[in-house]
Design a protein around this ligand. Structure first.
Ligand code: OFO
Length: 168
């Protein structure tokens, strides 16, 4: 069975992933309301991915004989002020989450719980992809002209993000 310490830490992460999901949901609503339906669609799909991450943690804890706890989720916070603010926040959220995943890997290593260590490697890889993706969003917006981009370039960016394929 998984240790109580890891059970608690993984359960906390299950709730963190759920919060991430709600952050993306709120950004997606903001973007759609601003008229960027494609960006909104991208963020909604990402919200779903984060929800799947949460479920992955839940299933893993249950499979190892633990019992995850659903906690109250804090508010996702204020709406972004602009598209660059939105994409920078997405990046920051991912970097923060990577640190949390690394702390869990560290704990699994300390406890020599190799099954948990192995389970977490999926998230280590996922975080590299998500940070790269977030940096790519920032770059795409910069190339389009940043917050001062023309309507035409924003229209193209919006379309590109709507067509961006789903991840895991
Ligand atoms: Fe993008 O955070 Fe989940 O893991």
């Amino acid at each position: 069975r998984i240790s109580v310490q890891l059970e608690t830490a993984l359960s906390t992460q299950m709730n963190v992933e759920d919060l991430q999901s709600r952050v993306y949901l709120s950004y997606g609503i903001w973007a759609t309301d601003q008229g960027y339906d494609g960006i909104g669609n991208f963020l909604f799909r990402h919200a779903q991915e984060e929800r799947n991450h949460s479920i992955k943690f839940m299933e893993y804890i249950l499979n190892r004989g633990g019992k995850p706890k659903v906690e109250a989720i804090p508010s996702p916070g204020k709406d972004p002020k602009s598209l660059s603010d939105c994409f920078n926040s997405v990046f920051k959220h991912e970097v923060d989450n990577t640190e949390k995943i690394y702390a869990l890997v560290d704990l699994a290593l300390t406890e020599k719980d190799w099954a948990t260590w192995n389970f977490l490697q999926w998230f280590v890889k996922e975080q590299i992809e998500e940070e790269t993706l977030a940096m790519d969003l920032i770059d795409k917006l910069k190339i389009a002209g940043g917050d001062q981009a023309s309507d035409e370039s924003l229209f193209t960016l919006d379309k590109t993000l709507a067509e961006m394929p789903d991840e895991a």
